[in-house]
Design a protein around this ligand. Structure first.
Ligand code: COA
Length: 174
């Protein structure tokens, strides 16, 4: 069973590896190939070194494989929606998906938001990403749509929201 813990700056390179690998796997055919190929673990490592100091970041650690998943959250960046928190990222390595790790990471992120007095949250998902069904299974309600420019293309996104994180953690996470 992987351990879930708060990330620190020494996890940045491992998080970057998971981020790049999972993006290329999950978004092939959804986002432009050129953009996915241009992603760099070195740049992502620098980005995650800064993120662990600012955001709440959790990692899932497998004893053999090391970091196999991670997620991050904080106060919402989307002022127009009535949710205090935002899940910024949630990624599990392809070989470790569908083993309950995403659900545990999401519960841990909800717990971190609650500890900071944030009672509701939203996540933005690419509209074509099958992960939207995961968020629905986790009790998220479809709350909004938008288009974001990514690598020169306007990409449709959907927001899923939880208006009561305490309630979200209790029944659906068991
Ligand atoms: C989406 C993701 C984080 C889910 O994590 P995971 O570890 O694979 O999911 P879990 O095994 O914890 O699944 C929890 C539940 O959701 C369900 N579920 C997971 N993915 C699902 C999907 N795509 N469609 C429908 N249900 C799904 C599981 O069946 C499970 O149901 P159960 O609790 O009744 O057994 C992971 O698959 C992932 O990283 N995907 C690629 C990257 C991505 O799209 N990330 C989201 C960015 S917004």
């Amino acid at each position: 069973m992987p351990t879930i813990r708060t990330a620190n700056r020494f996890d940045a390179a491992a998080i970057a590896r998971v981020y790049v690998e999972t993006w290329r796997d999950a978004y092939a055919g959804i986002l432009p190939d050129q953009g996915l190929l241009s992603m760099s673990e070195r740049r992502q490592t620098a980005m995650w070194r800064r993120a662990v100091a600012v955001d709440m970041v959790k990692v899932a650690i497998d004893r053999q494989a090391g970091v196999i998943g991670f997620g991050s959250c904080g106060p919402t960046r989307e002022g127009d929606l009535p949710y205090g928190g935002e899940i910024f990222t949630l990624y599990v390595m392809p070989d470790f998906q569908n083993c309950g790790i995403g659900k545990r990471l999401l519960a841990s992120l909800f717990g971190a938001l609650l500890k900071h007095g944030i009672e509701s949250a939203v996540i933005w998902v690419l509209a074509e990403n099958p992960a939207r069904f995961f968020y629905q299974a986790m009790g998220g309600r479809w709350a909004a749509v938008r288009e974001e420019p990514m690598w020169g293309e306007a990409v449709p996104q959907r927001a899923y929201a939880w208006s009561n994180l305490r309630q979200a953690i209790a029944p659906s996470f068991g």
